[in-house]
Write a protein that binds this ligand. Structure first.
Ligand SMILES: NC(=O)c1ccc[n+]([C@@H]2O[C@H](COP(=O)([O-])OP(=O)(O)OC[C@H]3O[C@@H](n4cnc5c(N)ncnc54)[C@H](OP(=O)(O)O)[C@@H]3O)[C@@H](O)[C@H]2O)c1
Length: 274
């Protein structure tokens, strides 16, 4: 079985660099998807309270027989739960849904400034307590721009999970994260499949005898991103994990870096109203 590199985060917790995403996968459909992912070798699962599939993720984990210590499970705090007491209820509910006594990484899903102002700062303070109590091994953020990172007190987040794919590379925010010791984690790493159609990706894939998805995942890995592609299709789940027997050369990496076109798919953290 291929071996997935691990990244040591700024709190010394290690995370498998390639994980499995489960957004927009229902509680029933997620069970066979996570089962397949664990069977082919993924050991890192990315869910969220908002995905409403933590129970299915937990069921697949239990039925897999994979030892808890060999797994890395991330879940996320939803926007309406940023107040400290709500955040505590939220992590307790997530753990109960997952059937776990702790997660490995707990993220603030969005700063949600348009709807909840600076309440995300209170959530971040509360998360330190959750970590101290062992409810989560590591704490981080998602969809944070520099101004949101600047407002945090306490420890520096371990990761910032942000939208990143070849046509939306986030070069400037990645540079800031690197300076601050915050690891970049790519959501919608395939551009929700849109970037698979890109002619440059297709050409590189053809020249290597690999699929467009494998080329894009390889690009994320080689530029240092943690990457969490999603699929519910068994062949694709396996294909997306089969990325450790080839390298992109520096010219190919540069060509993909040059595809940035500002193609944001999801919300802009500065203006999102949810
Ligand atoms: N923090 C956040 O705010 C946030 C936001 C969005 C996503 N995320 C996380 O990031 C994960 C990944 O992002 P995402 O789900 O938006 O998009 P993605 O992983 O970029 O793309 C998923 C899409 O690509 C297709 N696909 C996957 N592998 C493929 C392959 N080898 N060949 C062809 N098509 C393929 C999937 O189809 P099938 O499933 O039909 O196979 C699905 O339509 C999420 O599941 C979630 O865990 C986090």
């Amino acid at each position: 079985m291929s071996s997935v590199p691990t990244i040591t985060l700024n709190d010394q917790v290690t995370i498998p660099q390639l994980g499995f995403g489960v957004w927009q996968v229902g509680n029933d459909e997620v069970v066979p998807a996570v089962a397949k992912a664990l069977e082919v070798g993924y050991r890192h699962i990315d869910t969220a309270a908002a995905y409403q599939n933590e129970a299915g993720v937990g069921r697949a984990i239990r039925e897999s027989g994979v030892a808890r210590d060999d797994l890395f499970v991330t879940t996320k705090l939803w926007n309406s739960d940023h107040a400290a007491a709500d955040a505590r209820r939220a992590i307790e509910r997530s753990l109960e849904n997952l059937g776990l006594d702790h997660v490995d990484l707990y993220l603030i899903h969005w700063p949600a400034v348009k709807k909840y102002g600076d309440l995300y700062i209170e959530a971040w303070e509360a998360m330190h307590q959750f970590q101290a109590e062992g409810l989560t091994r590591s704490i981080g953020v998602s969809n944070f721009n520099v101004e949101h990172l600047d407002a945090l007190t306490g420890t520096v987040p371990t990761v910032n999970q942000i939208e990143m794919h070849p046509t939306f590379t986030q070069a400037s925010l990645r540079a800031t994260l690197s300076e601050r010791g915050i690891h970049p984690e790519a959501w919608s790493p395939l551009g929700q499949a849109k970037d698979l159609q890109n002619p440059v990706i297709a050409e590189i894939a053809k020249s290597l005898g690999k699929s467009p998805a494998q080329v894009i995942i390889r690009w994320h890995l080689q530029i240092g991103n943690i990457v969490i592609p999603k699929s519910v299709t068994p062949e694709r789940i396996a294909e997306n994990f089969d990325v450790f027997d080839f390298d992109l050369d520096p010219t190919q990496i540069d060509r993909i870096n040059a595809l940035d076109a500002g193609n944001r798919i999801g919300g802009d953290p500065a203006t999102a109203t949810f």
